[in-house]
Design a protein. Structure first.
Length: 281
């Protein structure tokens, strides 16, 4: 089993240029008939930030879950931007994951390459788009007086990015294979996407839930969501000095273990269903 996995990984590495070609093609197709092009990568999360700030920041006062001292480092606006930008990327991965194999069906049946390349290309495209959102985030950081530390840049940022895309790749491998055989999966993912968005502390600090009066077992279950800890890590880059805005030990462990398990389960499912998927395509 280990030899087979190593051999497969080597084959994927040897065909890494194919992944690059697919990523460039997908980006070109996405923006070729758009007047604003790349600007949409920034405008959409910015529009969402303004809407959610008005609803959750002004009307619902979700910023009360943040330490008062955090207002000096960008406050609730930076808190939202730092969560919405990575969620926009992960949400796009989740929504496109079920069609990763169907979209490339002609190439899959004609090219002799490892089939994992196609889900990897889907995730790789979103990774590039995530990188393109960084100028927006940095503008907010400097404009709002945000700051960063070596702890944030050398620990939280690399860990957040690696776990986001490890989890995203695992999800894509799993859903892309299953959806070919069971098309209801694509519709279920739309519902799941909404549930994860509101259940992963994107729009409010997780401390608001953990300090509420809900039962302890429910608080534990809430922290077992790997995405909650991952998005807390994205924010901890800019708020590293505030324990309320960094993942707890349980959330951190859940994120690391959950991402690794999702990647293993996704790959195992993909390989197990590969021949059935090829027959269906």
């Amino acid at each position: 089993m280990e030899v087979a996995v190593a051999s497969r990984a080597l084959a994927v590495w040897e065909h890494r240029k194919v992944v690059g070609l697919l990523v460039r093609r997908d980006l070109k197709v996405k923006y070729q008939q758009s007047v604003l092009g790349y600007a949409w990568t920034m405008l959409e999360p910015l529009a969402l930030t303004m809407v959610y700030y008005f609803v959750f920041g002004v009307i619902l006062s979700a910023d009360r879950g943040m330490p008062p001292e955090a207002q000096a480092y960008g406050g609730f606006v930076l808190f939202l931007v730092a969560g919405i930008l990575p969620w926009t990327t992960f949400g796009a991965i989740l929504n496109e994951a079920p069609r990763a194999m169907l979209t490339h069906s002609k190439l899959i049946t004609t090219m002799k390459v490892p089939r994992e390349i196609f889900p990897m290309a889907t995730v790789g495209t979103k990774f590039v788009e995530y990188i393109l959102t960084w100028p927006v985030l940095l503008v907010f950081v400097f404009a709002l007086g945000g700051h960063f530390t070596l702890m944030g840049l050398l620990v939280w940022l690399p860990l957040a990015v690696v776990l986001t895309f490890a989890f995203g790749l695992g999800v894509t491998l799993f859903l892309s294979a299953v959806n070919v055989l069971l098309r209801d999966v694509e519709r279920l993912v739309r519902i799941l996407s909404r549930l994860l968005f509101y259940g992963s502390a994107i729009l409010f600090p997780a401390s608001m839930v953990l300090s509420s009066g809900i039962p302890e077992w429910l608080k534990t279950l809430y922290q077992l969501n790997p995405l909650m800890g991952i998005f807390q890590m994205h924010r901890a880059v800019w708020f590293p000095e505030f324990a309320e805005l960094t993942p707890s030990t349980l959330a951190l462990t859940s994120s690391v273990v959950g991402s690794i398990l999702m990647l293993i389960i996704g790959y195992w499912t993909f390989r197990r269903l590969e021949m059935s998927v090829l027959k269906e395509l």
